[in-house]
Design a protein around this ligand. Sequence first.
Ligand code: COI
Length: 374
Amino acid sequence: RTIMGNSKAYIFIRKCSIMASIPVQKTMAPKAKPTDSTKLGFGNFFTDHMFLMNYDEGEGWHNPRIVPYGNLSLDPAAMCLHYGQEVFEGMKAYRTPEGKVVLFRPDKNMARLNLSNDRLCIPPIDEAFAVEAVKQLVALDQDWIPSGEGTALYIRPFIIAVDPHVGVHPAHHLLFIVILSPVGAYYPEGINPVRIYVERKYVRAVRGGMGFVKTAGNYAASLKAQDVAEAEGYTQVLWLDGVERKYIEEVGTMNVFFKIGGEIITPELQGSILGGITRMSCIELLRSWGYTVTERRLALDEVVAAAKNGTLDEAFGTGTAAVISPIGELKVDDDKIVINHGEIGEVAQRLYTTLTDIQNGRAADPFGWVVPVE
Ligand code: COI
């Protein structure tokens, strides 16, 4: 398998990067846009267009195009439907007070997409071209960017294996798709603290598995525990490591941070945890504010002990969809640990405000994270 297929395809993709012009077929039937941004929820509405690009062995990635949003036609034997050869990303577009449309660190998403591609035996994409494709799609559907606190246009790039074949092998034919969805808060709680259930029975991922990449299987593995947690009135689960069931990994759709005695601790990226871009940005922000942030193994017992001796000041999750989500309660077996009186902590609040102000162009962008689409 060649990395980009043949050199003609490679040259074509490079040319696309340089020319940055993607053929567009506009919809003849634009949809009505949601009118009430407080009722968007997450992932319920989709815009008028989508981006598509094919991979065929021997040709590489080719035929990039923007077309009206609509159903895909797939062979029922398409490999993604059987063995989960799929990867995805999550990013957001925002409209600034000056009316400009911006993305947040899109290069990091596309770099992570290639990390996921590598793990799932999917040929790498040209990252700069993929960012360009997202920019052109978002620019076309920019009227779908919602206004209202906590809203954004969620961008979902993903790649699926489409060979009609039910043998277990890496695919030779794939489809790269980008769809857009105007969203509100991921959790109904918004920035209010969530209640989290510590999962003892099921595990999400193990080292050597796929936990560090964004692929459907990781989320399929999470559904059962999520169901149990929700039935007990909890928003998400907190995963422990899959071997010793002792160390904290991540929370549902987020990375997780704990502030214990002045130090901010987040589990290190050791192979089973997703390297979140919001996680990375929070670490950079916190360090720039003078906090000590440690990435290390963190035992659940250490968090429970800190809660008991009064040194657990705050806990919060971070993610593109969820942004910053304070944790107000942890259910550990039969114990309910209330954190910071169930209220938003100072650090979580400052991170939320700073990050969303930078992302929405309401504050200066000292790190150069925000990228205009046009
Ligand atoms: C994101 O935060 O963008 C994610 O991908 C989480 C998603 C599963 C909703």
